[in-house]
Ligand binder design. Structure first.
Ligand SMILES: Nc1ncnc2c1ncn2[C@@H]1O[C@H](COP(=O)(O)OP(=O)(O)OP(=O)(O)O)[C@@H](O)[C@H]1O
Ligand SMILES: [Mg+2]
Length: 509
């Protein structure tokens, strides 16, 4: 006898103006299984799952839940049917507590439950699934990993049987990823169907029972755990091979152009986020900063971009002090910052691509004459970036919040690279990008190096640093604990430094 899938999506079509995001997609989800969705940026993964979770209505096609055809008209409708989703961009209210956020999503809206009961239930679920978070904490006080736990707890609180996670590991540390994986397995073992979207093949290989691959909105294949094979998956995703190692020119021997001397600064919690940071970067050099995120990387980038005050120390760029300059003056010196929070800091969600491209330069000669905007120049520049970086979207006049996660990142990077900076600080540049796009971003960074740009590359992936950087500095707790030429990079030693372990005695820094 055949087992009925918990969810059966049949011939799903979703059209947006100018794009077919899903094209005759079939997908079956079974209780007890972790199902991975793979595919390039813009291939339709988030759209498909947004249909299942009630955010979008399909243009065509049907959804069956345990063999019965259902219409899912809204996210609360989906929750009432046991379907919950954690989106690529979290949907929590920062000024509310964890318990309040979870109470808001309650499906049994008519029954009043006391806050005390909610707190108790969250604590119970947290213990059962190893999702520890203080129910009374405010969301703004939580780390990204904790916010994600709240989103998962919210699904469990609502008794969801279908749990959808859209690129959950893109924002997690390796340690948090481990914990998430064991939690997801636990939930599947408890009878849930889990959908897991990721661009990281090794994660998919480790976790998935079944894998479905999308390309241009269509399913190109679905394979079981035993058939997993990276080459075949890549082939299904992008229809070609990718390069795994790049030609890299010799490390730069030019003069250092950026000299950071003993910088200290507070973080958002008003404790010491940077504690005497000192290093130099040459023109035409890629300086990698390795470390677990949350150890001062963002604070350092913000100091260099003029977005954060310093307590002490100096930053000289081409011989001139830049500490104390405004962000605008710093942009004027040729320093570009690509933040990790794309929609929060890099791009304005409500504006379209064209307005976002000219955002930082709208009053430069390039785009304005007197008080007038050179509309045609702005459009031409946007089209050029879209073409060169292969950014997929409906139209350059749509708000960027409608773009897929990876395409947002390509647009932001494209804009920064097009401004031809002398120094570029990039945080986690390939987060959320598909393997083809990673390849193009990496090549672009190497090309910028050839053009003499000094680059600070902040990454959690040692492999990425090894591929691109000339030197690597390891950051821990606001300090650079060690610095090495990449040629002499010893993964084990760097791993230990990333955990704050210095010297042979295993002492914590
Ligand atoms: N609300 C929307 N309005 C218009 N177009 C949209 C909307 N949402 C998605 N699209 C378009 O539909 C296509 C599929 O996008 P989707 O977000 O599903 O891709 P994805 O596979 O999740 O990509 P990524 O890996 O980058 O997150 C893209 O071309 C995107 O620009
Ligand atoms: Mg997506």
């Amino acid at each position: 006898m055949e087992v009925t899938p918990l969810i059966r999506m049949r011939n799903i079509v979703k059209k947006f103006p100018g794009v077919v995001a899903n094209d005759q997609v079939n997908l079956d989800l079974y209780a007890g299984q972790i199902h991975a969705l793979l595919g390039e940026n813009g291939s339709g993964k988030s759209t498909l799952m947004s249909i299942l979770s009630g955010l979008y209505r399909p243009t065509e096609g049907t959804i069956e839940i345990q063999g019965e055809e259902k219409r899912i008209n809204s996210p609360s409708d989906a929750l009432a049917n046991g379907i919950g989703m954690v989106h690529q961009h979290f949907k929590l209210i920062e000024s509310f507590t964890v318990a309040e956020n979870i109470a808001l999503s309650q499906t049994s809206g008519s029954v009043l439950i006391s806050e005390e009961e909610i707190v108790e239930e969250i604590t119970r679920l947290g213990e059962k699934y190893g999702l520890l978070v203080d129910p009374r904490a405010y969301v703004w006080q939580l780390s990204v990993g904790e916010k994600q736990r709240v989103e998962i707890l919210r699904m469990l609180y609502n008794d969801s049987k279908v749990l959808i996670l859209d690129e959950p590991t893109a924002v997690l540390t390796p340690q948090e990823t481990r914990e998430l994986f064991s939690n997801l397995r636990n939930m599947a073992d408890n009878g849930c169907a889990v959908v897991f979207i990721s661009h990281k093949l090794n994660e998919v290989e480790e976790l998935a029972d079944q894998i479905t691959v999308l390309r241009n909105g269509r399913v190109t294949g679905s394979i079981g755990r035993s058939e997993i094979n990276q080459t075949r998956l890549i082939e299904m995703m992008i229809g070609r091979d990718i390069i795994t190692a790049y030609e890299k020119s010799e490390p730069s021997d030019k003069e250092p152009v950026l000299v950071i001397d003993n910088i200290s600064a507070l973080n958002d919690m008003n404790t010491l986020g940077l504690d005497g940071i000192t290093f130099k970067v040459r023109a035409g050099e890629i300086y990698g900063i390795a470390g677990v995120s949350g150890n001062g990387q963002r604070e350092l980038a913000e100091v260099l971009a003029g977005l954060r005050h310093t307590l002490s120390g100096s930053v000289k760029f081409y011989g001139e002090e830049v500490v104390g300059l405004s962000p605008k003056e710093i942009i004027g010196r040729g320093i570009s910052y690509v933040p990790e929070d794309r929609l929060g800091m890099g791009l304005v969600p409500k504006l379209n691509s064209c307005d976002n491209v000219i955002l930082k330069e709208y009053n430069s000669e390039k785009f304005s004459k007197g008080h007038f905007l050179k509309r045609d120049a702005a459009i031409a520049e946007t089209q050029r970036i879209v073409r060169e970086f292969d950014v997929k979207m409906g139209s350059i006049f749509q708000p960027v919040k409608m773009m897929s996660g990876g395409n947002l990142q390509k647009l932001l990077l494209g804009r920064e690279i097009a401004s031809k900076p002398k120094l570029m600080i990039v945080l986690y540049p390939v987060r959320g990008l598909d393997i083809g796009a990673i390849e193009s971003v990496h090549k672009l960074l190497l090309q910028m190096k050839e053009n003499n740009t000094a680059i600070i590359l902040v990454s959690e992936e040692l492999e990425e640093i090894a591929k691109l950087a000339d030197r690597v500095g390891v950051i821990f707790s606001g300090k650079i604990l060690g610095e090495f030429p990449v040629k002499e990079m010893d993964t084990e030693k760097i791993g230990a430094l990333m955990a704050g372990i210095v010297g042979n005695g295993g002492a914590k820094a």
